[in-house]
Write a protein that binds this ligand. Structure first.
Ligand code: V55
Ligand code: FE
Length: 482
């Protein structure tokens, strides 16, 4: 097959297509702690077929799930595409049938009305099910041991009536519940949202339907002990755009941002909406509340971070306004006003924030993220993130003081999103490891790095050689073996 010779399909972004099962990977340096027993699951877009249109955005590739299994000081890997409906239909046809990102008007006639999800954005284990997620469609349920697809449209036993399920559900460590939402929940470009609570056993136990102020990319959210928090940022879309052949989303700098706060024990009538002038924020590090005061921590940029979702007025992409810095948004449910207070927490420029997941929904002292360290040389630009950033550094932020601990991976490598791995038996925040894939751009190869989460600057405690290039991915999570 011939893939396009465009930046989305060449160099380190060349499609991979590798499904594999490789035991006992070489530990090139350091050692894997022998008591680490669990799996790091992550997913990358990896197109099965060349796109219909001649080019495509990275966000539209078929979800390729990787599992790194840690046991007895050894690491093995499995990699398998999620068998979405799209994947199966296209495999049967031997070519692409689905067209542009979130635009069904560009699909082949034979697949009209089919679920278009690619399961390419996140993988998370809950209630014994591995869920591969894309925010435009239902979860894909995979076997956590074999990575076989069990249900390409998992609907929680018929209880999920939303057409969509977020790629960023969260597990509340206090209750074991999974908190999630769907947007465009009653159809493409609708303002309908639904919030779901899913019990530790995997049953939907609560749903709250409501409308957002305007249709936009609702990519992530936050939760606290008492609230869930939804940020509305002007990455807008419409049927008019799809009919005009424009990208599904565009950035409308003329619109304000909103923050919707729903009490976890409340109903749609209890939601309060707060507002602020336009800005850009996508991923949520964490959130917490002190009484009725709600704090929401996000890497925030002044302008658009996605050049492939261009300005709705045709204004040029501004890289300097795409630089995101960790910022705390604060609102008070008892305030009479509807303003959002915004306070910068650290100067690091970057994205892909993580916490010690045992502290999700609570006030966290430590936050980790990928960083673009502009003071360091870049010899090979091929591993840039979607925003064009070169994530050359892993960083830890002290959320109280803004102090940082960083590790630069060198001038010919970049990093993928890390995940926190608790040290077995520990309870203290930050006591554990960060696992992260290194893109070795000079060699078109990959490594898996393990850091002491509290000592990033010391460098990895273990470096694992990988037998093939792992494509640039989005998100993943650790799951302890038990
Ligand atoms: C993102 C990624 C997606 C998507 C929407 O912000 C948002 C990341 C990989 O796909 O469809
Ligand atoms: Fe994401």
């Amino acid at each position: 097959m011939k893939f396009p010779e465009t930046p989305n399909f060449t160099g380190f972004f060349a499609p991979s297509g590798v499904e594999a099962d490789v035991r006992n990977l070489p530990v090139l340096d350091g050692a894997i702690p022998v008591n680490l027993d669990g799996s790091f699951y992550r997913v990358a877009p990896d197109p099965q077929f060349p796109p219909i249109a001649g080019d495509d955005i990275w966000f539209n590739g078929d979800g390729m799930v990787t599992r790194f299994r840690f046991r007895n000081g050894e690491v093995s890997l499995q990699q398998r595409w999620a068998r979405t409906d799209k994947f199966r239909l296209e495999r049967d046809a031997g070519k692409a049938l689905f067209g542009a990102y979130r635009n069904p008007l560009t699909d082949h006639e034979s697949v009209k009305g089919e679920v278009r999800g690619t399961a390419n954005t996140n993988v998370i284990l809950h209630a014994g099910k591995l869920l591969a997620l894309k925010e435009d469609s239902p979860p894909v349920w995979m076997d956590p041991e074999t990575l076989e697809t069990i249900d390409s449209r998992y609907d929680f036993g018929g209880k999920m009536t939303s057409e969509t399920f977020t790629a960023h559900p969260k597990i509340d460590p206090r209750t074991g519940e999974m908190l999630a939402f769907g947007y465009a929940a009653k159809g493409l470009c609708t303002r309908d949202m639904v919030f779901y609570v899913i019990s530790p056993e995997g049953e939907i136990t609560k749903e709250v339907w409501f409308e957002i102020p305007y249709y936009c990319m609702m990519h992530d959210f936050g939760f606290t002990e008492d609230y869930v928090v939804f940020h509305v940022v002007p990455i807008v879309g419409s049927w008019e755009r799809l009919e005009a052949g424009l990208p599904h989303f565009g950035f409308d700098r003329g619109k304000p941002v909103h923050l919707g706060v729903l009490p976890r024990n409340g109903t749609a009538d209890d939601i309060r909406w707060f507002s602020a002038p336009t800005c850009f924020a996508s991923h949520v590090m964490n959130a917490h509340n002190e009484g009725t005061k709600v704090h929401f921590d996000v890497p925030m940029a002044a302008g658009n971070m996605f050049p492939f979702f261009p300005d709705t007025e045709g204004l040029p992409f501004e890289p300097h306004n795409a630089a995101a810095r960790m910022t705390r948004w604060t609102v008070d449910m008892r305030d009479n006003g509807d303003d959002i207070a915004m306070t910068k927490i650290a100067d690091l420029v970057g994205e892909f924030p993580r916490v010690d997941d045992r502290f999700a929904g609570r006030k966290n002292r430590w936050g980790w993220q990928l960083v673009q360290d502009l003071s360091k040389p870049v010899d090979l630009p091929g591993g840039r993130s979607a925003s064009g950033m070169m994530m050359n550094t892993l960083g830890r932020i002290d959320m109280e003081t803004g102090e940082t601990d960083t590790y630069w991976v060198g001038s010919t490598s970049s990093l993928q999103e890390p995940a926190f791995v608790p040290r077995p038996g520990s309870t203290e925040e930050g006591d554990g490891y960060m696992v992260v894939i290194e893109n070795r751009l000079a060699e078109m190869a990959s490594r898996l790095l393990l850091f002491d989460a509290m000592k990033l600057a010391q460098g990895p405690i273990a470096t694992v050689g990988l037998p093939f290039r792992i494509r640039q991915g989005l998100h993943g999570n650790w799951a302890a073996a038990d």
